[in-house]
Design a protein around this ligand. Structure first.
Ligand SMILES: [Zn+2]
Length: 485
């Protein structure tokens, strides 16, 4: 039986995080009263002329640089002609023959630890269409009537087109996740899949393993989560495989993915680009970008996620897990950097450990996050200093954190209020342990009989008696010494 190999390319539409639309000054904010964010330009009124948003151009260049593209000194806006009720002009302004970015790549890390390079064919700028809201059904089929909301019409997008270098649904998901993180890092897109600011279409075809020519591909749309991207591709691979094995032929189509049934259905037979009758938009001059402009954008690029993760591990000594969590949680990462910047002497690995672990957990518990973190940076730094100098135990630090979130008190104040620092000498701990041992003779017997882990129970009692201030390893030492004696 013939074995098939999937050939996958992904087209990602990313909404640029500008305040205003691509060719007018209407707000790009999500939501709002239907058609409130509109003007004669984005409503396609006769005679209204487009004026290009400079920030959108900078963001497109920034995305292109972050994805290793060649930024084009000349690109051209073209009209993509088609009719749909959410497209008032009857054409979409896009870029066709001369897009702003070409020949990039993105390295993704696979679960086995290897790296795979996915080519990026091009990035072009375009305006978004509006939205149809159907009444009486989810989709147009079965609905009684539909409304048109043009708030989204004219919002700036970049379309990032990958090479067909992807070979599995999992690779596609990792590609999309990596792309989302990079776009968020460089600050050009909020990467919010639920609000549609990042959308993926998957081109899938099959070919017999070991052969080079591509099979006929389908394009699957309506994918709004990483999970549905993976599922949509797998369902398309299954469908095409069954079709080919039963003697059928894959037809070039645009298909819709349905998450509830995890299947795709035909939306329309796939159009070719010539069907759109692209031509340069006579209302817009060619977009000329100088090397000076590109270099200026380059200086605003932050360190990218992969490089930062490596630096965190190699230079700061963070574990792979902590480095990964920090890189994926941008607000936490900013907080980490801010603490380090203001306290360069601080123990970086301990700081990362506490941010990723207990502080993060306590913030979540309090329904808060690292953006607008209620714990002052100076307080986090002093908590770490108290810890690493042995003035407080880990247990005490853990107990302080919810208080630091709720009351915004400094750890020094909390320490003073708790009656003092860590008890770390046998003179003070000895009598307390003696008392606990007297109260728990059965446990002492167990320890004597070799069940040393029972000492943990006694340590709990000592901690209770000292308000968590006893030094844990010393307590265990003393208990064992006293019992086995
Ligand atoms: Zn407008």
């Amino acid at each position: 039986m013939t074995q098939f190999e999937p050939v996958i390319g992904i087209e990602v539409h990313a909404q640029l995080k500008t305040n205003t639309k691509l060719f007018c000054r209407c707000s790009t904010q999500f939501g709002g009263e239907p058609n409130a964010h509109t003007c004669p330009r984005c409503l396609g009124m006769p005679g209204a002329l487009p004026v290009l948003n400079q920030t959108a151009v900078e963001f497109a260049i920034k995305a292109g640089l972050a994805l290793n593209c060649d930024i084009q000194h000349k690109s051209v806006f073209a009209r993509k002609n088609y009719f749909y009720p959410d497209l008032p002009k009857g054409y979409q302004i896009s870029q066709f023959e001369l897009p702003i970015c070409l020949n990039g790549h993105l390295d993704i890390e696979l679960p086995d630890g290897s790296t795979k390079r996915i080519g990026i064919t091009r990035i072009h700028m375009e305006e978004d269409a509006g939205k149809l809201v159907h009444q009486g059904a989810e989709a147009i089929a079965g609905s009684t009537h539909s409304f048109v909301d043009l708030n989204r019409a004219g919002v700036p997008l970049i379309e990032i087109v990958s090479e067909p270098d992807i070979r599995s649904a999992e690779e596609a998901r990792i590609y999309m996740e990596t792309l989302q993180l990079i776009l968020r890092y460089v600050g050009v897109c909020d990467g919010n899949l639920e609000e549609g600011s990042l959308r993926a279409d998957a081109n899938v075809s099959l070919r017999p393993v070991g052969t080079t020519p591509f099979g006929t591909r389908t394009e699957t749309k309506n994918i709004n989560s990483f999970r549905s991207l993976e599922r949509a591709i797998n369902s398309e691979i299954t469908r095409q495989t069954a079709l080919i094995l039963s003697g059928g032929k894959v037809i070039q189509q645009t298909r819709n993915y349905h998450d509830n049934t995890q299947t795709t259905t035909v939306l329309r037979d796939k159009e070719d680009s010539h069907d759109y009758r692209y031509f340069p938009d006579p209302d817009l001059l060619p977009l000329l970008v100088s090397q000076t402009q590109i270099d200026a954008v380059k200086t605003t690029l932050p360190e990218l996620p992969n490089a930062q993760r490596k630096r965190y591990m190699e230079q700061l000594g963070l574990s792979e897990f902590e480095a990964m969590v920090l890189v994926q949680d941008i607000p936490m990462n900013h907080y980490f950097t801010a603490v380090l910047d203001q306290n360069p002497q601080i123990d970086k690995t301990e700081l990362a450990k506490w941010l990723v672990g207990d502080i993060n957990a306590a913030l979540k518990e309090a329904n808060k996050g690292f953006d607008n973190c209620p714990i002052q940076i100076a307080h986090t730094a002093s908590l770490l200093t108290l810890l690493t100098t042995g003035k407080i135990s880990g247990k005490m630090a853990k107990a302080f954190i919810p208080d630091m979130i709720q009351t915004q008190k400094s750890p020094d104040d909390l320490l003073a209020a708790s009656g003092g620092g860590q008890i770390d000498n046998s003179d003070d701990l000895g009598p307390i342990i003696d008392q606990i041992l007297t109260q728990n003779p059965d446990v002492a017997e167990k320890i004597k009989a070799g069940k040393t882990q029972s000492a943990n129970f006694l340590m709990g009692q000592v901690m209770k008696a000292t308000g968590g201030r006893a030094k844990p390893d010393l307590v265990i030492d003393l208990i064992l010494k006293k019992v086995t004696g």
